[in-house]
Design a protein around this ligand. Structure first.
Ligand code: C5P
Length: 216
């Protein structure tokens, strides 16, 4: 089984308002679709997106990070997992309380207190139930942040911290776009450029790389 998280999460502060981010879910869905096309059993755990479920993929829709973690945990404890792929743009924080109704906007600053969300991928990788754990890192490559070299360094420390075997580094500019550019980053190897392409083509290159890594 391949377990893939995708899309944003929504963290409600009242019955109508939530914290989220601009993830479209396209990269995660393209990967799920490509893996299914190659005959893999794919479980896709997705936050709210405007995309239909790819053919041959089993999808569970979730909203919050905690819900995403719960569903993934269950899938991992029930099935042997070959590849765990964290593509979701999980909200880093959630409101401490979710109140019912729609409080007046003047009261928002009084009710909005943030607490950190669990790291879904790190928690799942820590269960040691997947042969390969892979994440994504969306990094700013501005010169003030050390350019490409700085982005690779941050990706490597993310990889260590989360207990992953590889991370796909991509640029901030790829968010909400059809195209992207990414690099396969491991602890002890030079970053491998997978090139710039639309997300379906990138998904083919990423899945090729994953399969190569599985055979090592
Ligand atoms: O730490 P950062 O958000 O940059 O890490 C990105 C990677 O970690 C992605 O693979 C994302 O799916 C995963 N992640 C997660 N849960 C979080 C934060 C990030 O699964 N709370």
């Amino acid at each position: 089984m391949w377990l893939i998280t995708a899309g944003p999460t929504r963290e409600y502060l009242d019955s109508v308002r939530f914290l989220s981010n601009g993830s479209s879910g396209r990269m995660g869905y393209a990967l799920a679709s490509e893996a299914a096309r190659r005959g893999k059993v794919v479980h896709l755990v997705s936050g709210p997106v405007g995309l239909s479920c790819p053919a041959g993929v089993e999808r569970v829709l979730v909203e919050s990070a905690r819900e995403m973690l719960l569903v993934c945990r269950e899938a991992l404890s029930e099935n042997r997992c070959e590849v765990l792929l964290g593509v979701a743009a999980v909200s880093d924080a959630r409101p401490r309380h979710c109140v019912s109704g729609k409080p007046a906007k003047e009261d928002l600053s009084k009710i909005l207190e943030l607490v950190p969300n669990p790291d879904v991928l790190a928690t799942l990788a820590g269960m040691n139930r997947a042969d390969l754990c892979i994440g994504f890192a969306l990094e700013d490559m501005d010169e003030e942040r050390g350019g490409f070299v700085g982005a690779v360094e941050r990706s490597r420390s993310k990889l260590e911290r989360k207990g992953l075997q590889a991370i796909l580094l991509n640029e901030l500019a790829s968010m909400e776009r059809d195209r992207g550019e990414c690099w396969w980053v491991e602890r002890d190897a030079e970053p491998l450029a997978l090139g710039a392409a639309d997300k379906a083509a990138l998904a083919i290159r990423i899945v090729d790389q994953i399969q190569k890594r599985l055979q090592d």
